[in-house]
Design a protein around this ligand. Structure first.
Ligand SMILES: [Zn+2]
Length: 339
């Protein structure tokens, strides 16, 4: 049982939870991608007035899609992070009811209020939405490749490095927000509860999938009241921002965050081995080789990381500001990864 502000206006959890939902939504538009749509289409019980497929997340594309969408009452977002974010953006722009049905759990987009969009390959979070309901259909989610669902732990594992970063900022007198010990303790409890479910997550049992969704919702109860997410986002995400701008292509969110946790927990000297052991146990694919990240690119990204965060006034003070990412440190860290 989750108490507190979760951003989820109502929820429907269970195998088969999506069946027949189309009959309750009035005129509805679906935002999705090809594979999840093929899997979910027959189960809705009623057809949408339009199906809008994700093209890319650039703001210009999204605005064109919003302008072309027909009149409707509800947006039903079915798929992974991008399909959910497209649905959130459309629902927010048009002031429509939003229903989200994630088909993979690789990112926490389906429980966060803002839509992650791109402006010139830079991530921005815009708008304000709440799913009503959030539909968690375990059977539908299990149709996705297991490694994509396991990727969902990335945005919980980030608590490991993000809370440490916040403590670093607080000790340096650089925290952008009032520091709350209690919030850090609560976040760490979420992470330890998640880590205790490693086997169920690895095998995508109901219990493991639920642990990820509940973990995200519990993070919301910390982040939403204070209006920021320092307990869940820090240096591990900043490496991903740099890499995405550098390589100009998207990544499976939980995997790239996992790579960030690997490298930045090492820089933090923060129980690095324990974090890596958990990622290996649960089967999180954080290795550069699995994301086609070349060694040179990752080295250049790390060399540039401090400049990058300094150039962005919207990024918080983290270990990146405090510790030197020297060429020698970078070489030794890269030696522990697979390319
Ligand atoms: Zn994230």
């Amino acid at each position: 049982m989750i108490t507190g502000q979760t951003n989820v206006r109502s929820a429907r959890f269970g195998a088969g939870a999506i069946d027949g939902i189309g009959k309750e939504l009035g005129r509805f538009v679906v935002t999705t991608m090809e594979v999840p749509w093929r899997l979910a289409q027959r189960r809705l019980g009623a057809p949408p007035v339009a199906v809008i497929q994700v093209e890319n997340m650039e703001i210009g594309t999204l605005d064109r899609q919003v302008a072309a969408a027909p009149e409707c009452d509800t947006v039903l977002a079915i798929g992974g992070g991008q399909a959910i974010d497209l649905g959130k953006y459309l629902a927010w722009k048009r002031g429509l009811r939003l229903v989200t049905a994630p088909t993979i759990l690789s990112v926490d987009a389906f429980v966060t209020p803002a839509a992650g969009i791109r402006r010139g390959h830079r991530v921005e979070y815009v708008g304000q939405t709440s799913p009503d309901p959030l539909v968690i259909d375990y059977d539908l989610i299990r149709t996705a490749p297991p490694e994509l669902n396991v990727a969902g732990v990335g945005d919980l594992l980030s608590i490991h490095t993000a809370c440490f970063d916040w403590e670093v900022a607080e000790r340096a007198g650089k925290s952008e927000y009032p520091f709350h010990d209690e919030d850090v303790a609560k976040a760490r409890e979420i992470l330890s509860d998640t880590m205790a479910k490693a086997e169920a997550i690895r095998t995508c049992l109901d219990e493991g999938l639920l642990a990820i969704v509940e973990g995200y919702m519990r993070v919301n109860t910390i982040c939403l009241p204070v209006g920021h997410c320092r307990v869940e986002e820090g240096s591990e995400h900043y490496l991903f921002y740099e890499l995405e701008e550098r390589l100009k292509r998207p990544f499976i969110h939980g995997w790239i965050v996992g790579l960030g946790v690997h490298l930045l927990s090492r820089l933090q000297e923060n129980r690095h081995a324990e974090a890596v052991a958990f990622m290996d146990e649960v089967g999180l694919r954080y290795q550069p080789t699995g994301m086609e990240i070349r060694r040179d690119d990752l080295r250049d990204s790390l060399l540039n990381l401090r400049n990058y965060v300094s150039s962005r006034s919207d990024l918080w003070y983290t270990i990146i500001n405090k510790c030197d990412l020297s060429p020698a440190w970078i070489e030794s860290a890269l030696a522990t990864l697979k390319f």
